[in-house]
Write a protein that binds this ligand. Structure first.
Ligand SMILES: [Cu+2]
Length: 413
């Protein structure tokens, strides 16, 4: 009787306070250092799951951090509708561990890579989270891991050195889907996969990716884009569609489907995580900030032209080009090898190529417009020294509207 009651309270619990998750550059230096200190702390605490899985085959986690790597390696769904809800729940479990095991009390950060899309190597994120090779972070120091094998956590990124990433406009293109599973496929198969693959090293592998603290910064941004999508229309909040393979063949998913986490947290239904402010399982009590915008006013192609950079043109630059200041770049293709490692079938790989080619066409369409200002140009034109501030709700709404109109114009042509 008591345990039934306890379970009921756990599922029905409400939020006392709603946390605001913030872009990394919205955190003060003190908050950033405190977060990085908690990262170090969680990497030094002993595993809680190893004892529970004692005697089972395969590598076991040794630290609290590795509990998350272990759970993700064994239970995370990729290439399937459950991709978004599963990772949202896992992020919430991570937040809880950071707060309860390591006393972190600041905002939970995300990395809005769309802002850095035109020249990711210039992002201030790397000053805190480290660069290529064996990762050395500010405050948290050198990162090592014993799971799934003993190694230094590493990156072999071209993201930091050459590739372009996903622009706000390209994210806007994905946001324009009105079917959950189509939205999820576009978000997962291109930006999600591309950021994993281009950072490389641990991040490039399913079994090891969670070792890299940038994993949480990246996935929280993916989750933020989903939360934003959910808010576009009241029917989107609980929309959950798509199909999965089971013993009975292809079946439609349902929001009562159960997700499991290898005891990292309680089993739960997909519908439990749809609302980020439900407080279900004592986990979900958050919303996202509107990300950041430059302190200086936004620039248009005309502004750039006036500043002496020449006449604006309509060519879509190569992804490594840093000289064309007028137009947005198209990210590289997600490598086939990466997709095969993440168990994408040939049919799914074909789907990835299809999405990539649509996004490329959309980008070229934007670049042909002489005066429309692509939000992506800001960072590239001004460099990282310009300073950032939080974006207001009105500014975010105006940007979203502009992007929606661009997508509409593209689809109507
Ligand atoms: Cu994952």
């Amino acid at each position: 009787m008591l345990s039934v009651l306890a379970l009921a309270t756990a599922v029905l619990s409400q939020c006392v306070t709603i946390e605001i998750h913030k872009e990394w550059r919205e955190l003060t230096t003190v908050e950033q250092d405190s977060f990085l200190g908690a990262v170090k702390c969680l990497r030094e605490k002993p595993s809680q799951l190893a004892a529970k899985f004692n005697g089972t085959d395969g590598q076991l986690p040794t630290t609290r951090w590795e509990d998350f790597v272990f759970s993700h390696d064994n239970t995370a769904p990729h290439g399937s509708p459950a991709f978004l809800p599963w990772h949202r729940a896992m992020l919430s479990m991570f937040d809880k561990a950071m707060r309860e095991d390591c006393a972190y009390s600041g905002p939970m950060p995300y990395w809005d890579w769309s802002i850095d899309s035109e020249a990711p190597e210039t992002s201030a994120i790397w000053d805190s989270f480290g660069r290529d090779g064996c990762v050395e972070m500010r405050v948290a120091g050198n990162l090592t891991s014993n799971y799934p094998w003993e190694h230094c956590v590493n990156r072999f990124g071209n993201l930091m050195h050459e590739g372009s990433s996903f622009s706000p406009e390209q994210v806007g293109y994905i946001m324009a889907r009105d079917n959950y599973n189509e939205f999820r496929e576009e978000l997962e198969y291109t930006p999600h996969n591309m950021v994993h693959s281009s950072i490389g090293g641990d991040m490039g592998q399913v079994s090891a990716s969670v070792n890299d603290p940038i994993f949480f910064m990246h996935h929280r941004n993916i989750d933020r884009i989903w939360a934003k999508w959910q808010q576009q229309n009241e029917t989107f909040l609980n929309q959950y569609t798509g199909e999965v393979w089971t013993e009975d063949g292809m079946v439609s998913v349902n929001n009562t489907d159960i997700m499991t986490f290898y005891q990292l947290g309680p089993d739960m239904q997909v519908q439990d995580v749809m609302d980020t402010k439900s407080g279900k399982h004592g986990l979900l009590c958050f919303e996202y900030s509107n990300s950041i915008t430059p302190v200086q006013p936004v620039v248009t192609k005309r502004d750039v032209s006036r500043s002496g950079a020449g006449k604006f043109n309509t060519t879509t630059p190569e992804r490594n080009d840093r000289t064309n200041l007028f137009n947005i770049r198209v990210p590289d293709q997600v490598p086939t090898k990466f997709l095969k490692d993440w168990m994408f079938t040939d049919a799914k790989i074909a789907q990835v190529r299809q999405i990539e080619s649509e996004i490329k066409k959309f980008t070229e369409f934007i670049n042909k417009m002489p005066i429309v200002f692509p939000t992506s140009l800001i960072q590239h034109n001004r460099g990282k020294s310009m300073g950032w501030r939080s974006k207001t709700a009105a500014e975010a709404a105006a940007e979203d509207k502009l992007t929606r109109n661009l997508v509409q114009a593209f689809k109507n042509q």
